[in-house]
Design a protein around this ligand. Structure first.
Ligand code: G6P
Length: 611
């Protein structure tokens, strides 16, 4: 969500901070700020809006030439408007410290009331400023910044990743964390702090992950870690998984377009070593959970990952008969949990840091359920919580709108469902599995056929970019594709788009149809093909403009569509992976024609670390 960067070493700190923040900008981006330390003084610069405003603000500042220690933050507002005054870093009355924070302090009102009684003046509406005053207050008593931070964290309820500098603590930055990611990048004569790897990957490939409730003193040569009871932490130095190159746009106009184009390789990558040929079994060596007694599966996820989960339900139930529910994490956590030791919970998350999903997973673990995590971040909190990990290895996804991670999640679910089915002695479905595996193996080249022939999609996007409302319809396994296509369009173009089961059109939404509301229908050869066609006829009879995305179409049916995008022939079962690519491209080009900020749509964040 928000992003944190810190630096202590020999380089100009501002360069490291701004570079790091630019790599975190995709996570949250309504304001940004830095605090720079020099000769027992701290200067704070903040700007609302995008990072470029902060860059402009600091470009001629003297301290930028000399300061070798600093902290920076990029914000996605939770408490208070995205103004300069609410931007981080925050400070205390005497401006002796600077603090940046990710997360939410739940008891900030109570703490604030106490601090007001002690004479603290608050200038912002944020929960973070409360922590700044609290630490400053503790520091005046103990004169040790690490201890002041540790004591403060004992009083804080909620989630935090904190990074703190004090005027009198010349050689150190203090960091702390609970339920929000934070890592310390290890360099030679320099150390880095970040809320996520991209911020520091240009400088180091080694890092220490802080655990919840730990606090650490970071100097340019050392890192001391303490648990909340002051005992020493024995965190290991780990290798970071990303290459700097993966953060470049590689000539594409936007990260989103680059990431859409990477999907053929993303599929090849996830299949590699797991699905070699249609004749061989799927191998998932990392899944160590005993699946023999699983009688029920619950998939828990948010946003696009939730849509992948909905496809997963169809796939798993079809191949295994195991009852499978899909739950939006934010709904699931406030309900009576029926999970037990015979339940397999699959947590899906590209970031592995989504707060609602993390909470839900902790809850089902308490109920004794086994947890499989499907994520693009094997280094994430969620990955560490699961009993087994399916790392989808799609490479870092920078664009806020998830595309290649969705593709990889779909593939993970296909592979897992086949794995379950092939190991289930009760049913022999060798022939069916062979066909599915054959189709999956053909996916990369079929995805690339769509990507290499996208002129028609670009034309259609242009034609429809002026409409204010869309309905996406489909049935069966592509109903989630309709939901995902509509979500993509909403997210990046701000057009009102709704995904609907095609059969439900006549139970309400049909009332809205006329020539101002295009209907996009997803059709694939299979059991529901004729039914979706009938629903298209119903829409057409109400003068709706019809866009079809189909794997083939008879000439006699073609004419009901105003526009038709034909994708390569594919079985219904595997088709969500192909249809998704078309809908991603449509959303991308429509948003482009509307001049929207495709990679960083307003109000959204890549990683939602608050509930
Ligand atoms: C945010 C992102 C979405 C993502 C959702 C769930 O809203 O913008 O792209 O689908 O979070 O995130 P997760 O990391 O759990 O998949």
């Amino acid at each position: 969500m928000c992003g944190i960067v810190g630096y202590i070493g020999e380089k100009p700190a501002i360069d490291v901070l701004l570079n790091g923040l630019s790599h975190l900008e995709y996570r949250g981006y309504d304001s940004a700020g830095v605090a720079l330390y020099e000769n027992s003084d701290i200067e704070i610069y903040k700007a609302s809006g995008k990072l470029i405003n902060l860059k402009e603000l600091v470009k001629d500042k003297e301290i930028c030439k000399t300061s070798k220690k600093g902290i920076g933050h990029i914000r996605w507002a939770t408490h208070g408007l995205p103004t300069t005054v609410n931007a981080h870093p925050h400070t205390c009355n005497c401006k002796s410290l600077a603090i940046v924070h990710n997360g939410i302090i739940e008891n900030f009102q109570e703490l604030k009331e106490e601090l007001l009684k002690l004479g603290c003046n608050f200038v912002s509406e944020t929960d973070t400023e409360v922590v700044a005053h609290l630490i400053a207050h503790k520091y005046t008593k103990c004169k040790d910044l690490l201890e002041a931070v540790r004591l403060s964290t004992l009083e804080i309820k909620g989630a935090y990743a904190l990074c703190v500098m004090h005027k009198n603590a010349e050689d150190e930055i203090i960091v702390a964390k609970r339920n929000a990611p934070l890592l310390i990048g290890i360099g030679e004569g320099e150390n880095f702090i970040a809320s996520d790897i991209p911020a520091i990957i240009d400088y180091t490939k080694k890092a220490i992950y802080l655990n919840d409730n730990q606090v650490a003193r970071v100097t340019k040569d050392t890192v001391e870690i303490y648990n909340s009871d002051k005992s020493q932490g024995n965190n290991k130095v780990e290798n970071l998984p990303f290459e700097p190159i993966s953060l470049s746009k590689m000539g594409y106009k936007h990260y989103m377009l680059k990431e859409i184009h990477e999907q053929g390789d993303v599929v090849r990558n996830i299949l590699s070593g797991r699905l070699i040929s249609a004749e061989e079994d799927v191998k998932l060596d990392n899944i160590t959970i005993d699946l023999k007694n699983i009688s029920r599966i619950q998939i828990i996820a948010c946003g696009t990952s939730y849509h992948a989960g909905l496809v997963g339900k169809y796939v798993i139930e079809d191949l295994t008969g195991i009852p499978t529910d899909v739950e939006a994490s934010s709904e699931y956590i406030y309900r009576n949990k029926t999970a037990n030791k015979n339940t397999l919970v699959i947590g899906i998350s590209q970031s592995g840091e989504t707060a609602d999903t993390i909470t839900a997973i902790k809850q089902v673990k308490e109920k004794g359920a086994k947890v499989l995590i499907i994520t693009n971040r094997p280094d994430s909190t969620m990955a560490r919580l699961g009993d087994s990990l399916f790392s989808i290895d799609a490479g870092i996804e920078v664009s806020v709108a998830a595309t290649k991670s969705y593709m990889a999640q779909l593939l993970a679910l296909y592979l897992f469902a086949i794995y379950l089915a092939q190991n289930n002695p009760r049913v022999d479905m060798k022939a069916k599995l062979k066909e599915i595996k054959h189709d999956i193996l053909q996916l990369p080249s079929k995805i690339e056929i769509i990507l290499n022939n996208k002129d028609e999609i670009i034309e259609i996007s242009k034609k429809y970019s002026g409409f204010k409302d869309f309905i996406f319809i489909a049935r069966g396994i592509n109903y989630p594709t309709a939901l995902e296509g509509a979500l993509k369009l909403k997210e990046i173009s701000y057009i009102n788009a709704t995904g609907y089961p095609a059969g439900e059109l006549k139970h309400g939404p049909i009332a809205m149809l006329d020539d101002s509301m295009p209907v996009l229908a997803i059709l694939n050869d299979g059991i529901v093909y004729d039914k979706v066609l009938s629903n298209c006829q119903e829409a057409r009879a109400r003068q709706a403009r019809l866009i079809g995305v189909a794997s083939g179409m008879d000439d006699k049916n073609k004419e009901i569509f105003n526009d038709l995008i034909i994708i390569p022939k594919i079985s219904d079962f595997v088709s969500p992976a192909l249809h998704a690519v078309v809908l991603q491209l449509l959303a991308y080009y429509i948003a482009g024609y509307l001049g929207k900020d495709v990679d960083q749509p307003r109000n959204l964040a890549k990683s939602v670390t608050v509930e």
